[in-house]
Design a protein around this ligand. Structure first.
Ligand code: FE2
Length: 119
């Protein structure tokens, strides 16, 4: 994740294309997921209540970042968003078959970038 050895590693000469931006967002999502994994490991590894609370709060902020980036990715690549929606629907159908009701409200689960823009 962190690459402090080269302070210019993140510099990109010029502007990137939309396709490159989409790839960058995917990489950003991977970075957020890795951060969640690491913070959660540290929460589990300590009994210090203050450290646990602070690290868990940061971990949960990273989860919000995943949501932001996924929404951005859906906006930038609607075709990819269709694939995400297909996968989500497949799991919803499996949950229905198992008579499992999830906490996610249907209105929230059905949110798309289009529906969010209309609010
Ligand atoms: Fe983050």
């Amino acid at each position: 994740m962190a690459s402090f050895a080269n302070p210019f590693a993140g510099n990109i000469p010029g502007k990137i294309s939309k396709e490159e931006l989409i790839q960058a967002i995917r990489l950003d999502i991977a970075g957020e997921l890795e951060a969640i994994f690491i913070y959660d490991a540290h929460v589990q590894a300590t009994d210090d209540p203050v450290a646990k609370k602070v690290l868990a709060d940061i971990r949960d902020e990273e989860k919000a970042h995943v949501g932001e980036l996924m929404t951005l990715l859906r906006h930038l690549d609607p075709e990819e968003a269709e694939h995400f929606a297909e996968g989500e629907q497949e799991v919803r159908e499996m949950l229905e078959q198992l008579n499992i009701v999830t906490k996610t409200s249907s209105a929230k689960a059905d949110s798309t970038i289009g529906s969010l823009l209309n609010k």
